[in-house]
Design a protein around this ligand. Sequence first.
Ligand code: 4AD
Length: 467
Amino acid sequence: GRSWTGIGDLDESAAGRPVLIRGAAQAIRPVSKKMAFVVLRQSMSTVQCVLVASADAGVSTQMVRFATSLSKESIVDVEGVVSLPKEPLKATTQQVEIQVRKLYCINRAIPTLPINLEDAARSEAEFERAEQAGEKLVRVGQDTRLNYRAIDLRTPANQAIFRIQCQVENKFRDFLLSMNFVGIHSPKLISGSSEGGAAVFKLQYNGQPACLAQSPQLYKQMSICGGFGRVFEVGPVFRAENSNTHRHLCEFVGLDAEMEIKEHYFEVCDIIDGLFVAIFKHLNENCKKELETINRQYPFEHLKYLEKTLKLTYEEGIQMLKEAGTEIEPMSDLNTEAEKKLGRLVKEKYGTEFFILYRYPLAVRPFYTMPCYDNPAYSNSFDVFIRGEEIISGAQRIHTPELLTKRAIECGIDASTIASYIESFTYGAPPHGGFGVGLERVVMLFCALNNIRKTSLFPRDPQRLVP
Ligand code: 4AD
């Protein structure tokens, strides 16, 4: 085959060399009958292709006309020579031009696209500046974006968001593999709910009632019973959420881990500490271009975190809130607003936007959570926050079948529906704990985006099953 160059790889060092590139026609500008510009885009990179009719270059006026007749977003191949522009280029990412020799349209896009990509890529500040200048620019609404996601995903910010997401997932795997975790895949078609009754999708499984897994919870614990010591899973999680919020999806990607505990459940917190500091460092050091690209459309401040992750007790948290004028009902969970406020208070006092809150009241945690040994009104559990919003929940689990049965009944769960799970703990099960992370939430909050739909490729929310 011929040798293709990626648009992002075109730089000054290639000057004078012939290249073959493919991209989407982002902008087409006729200058005269003899001259035109076509900007080609590939992912986050763009390059300007220059057509000048001349016998030397083998470019005819028909070819220039053909280029100017292209519809935006058509897929185009260009053979040409890399040249250095006279002045710095503002409209493209690459600081070289291509002097076109041949240009082929591989597939035409329809003439009028449902989304104008230029508008879809603008920042809010740009819209405001234009408004003040009396220009009319049309904002592309969230629903329109999602209805035509295959176009919307082409904006530089979206290209960057999903590259960041991929890096978070990859680093999660890498780090846990380096800590001797084993990757597993637990079933998603299961017989009963894993996280409690309400938010579960029900279905028929060969004539038998079944549901879609709300988490790998029961099966990752059973894998610990199965002798793996430390396990992790990256997979889909299904929640029949019926509220429309900026941070709930009906299907999201769960990053889960479960491990034997030798002495204290803080061993699980230590894994989270090492894991997330590694993820944040990796993103800041190796994804600079992606972060800058996101920042251009959705400006955000870099996440503040400590080398050793701050841990606060739930009691300390509600005390801080109380001192700042927010009373929390004792032994209740924190609502979204209280969590956000606590996030702000912690940032002011400790200079971090990433912290662990532990020792939650037992009453607000799932049945499988281990009560505190010294005070069973509390539990060996924790939540982890980025910028005042939850990204992780975790805990030590109950590993004795008697207590597990008792807690299930106390929580109103019919123990017979989880009999095989409970039975797994009768064959000798080590103390263990783990955590579950929402991948879309991590990316949303690391980049301070305002809606989880921005970090889900084709989001499933209560209203949306298509596309
Ligand atoms: O807090 P959750 O429900 O906890 C569990 O599933 C436990 N089994 C975890 C464990 O190991 N103890 O979910 C874990 C994380 C949340 O912190 C949040 O980041 C994300 O999953 N999450 C959601 N993300 C998007 N949409 C939703 N509807 C989510 N529900 C939870």
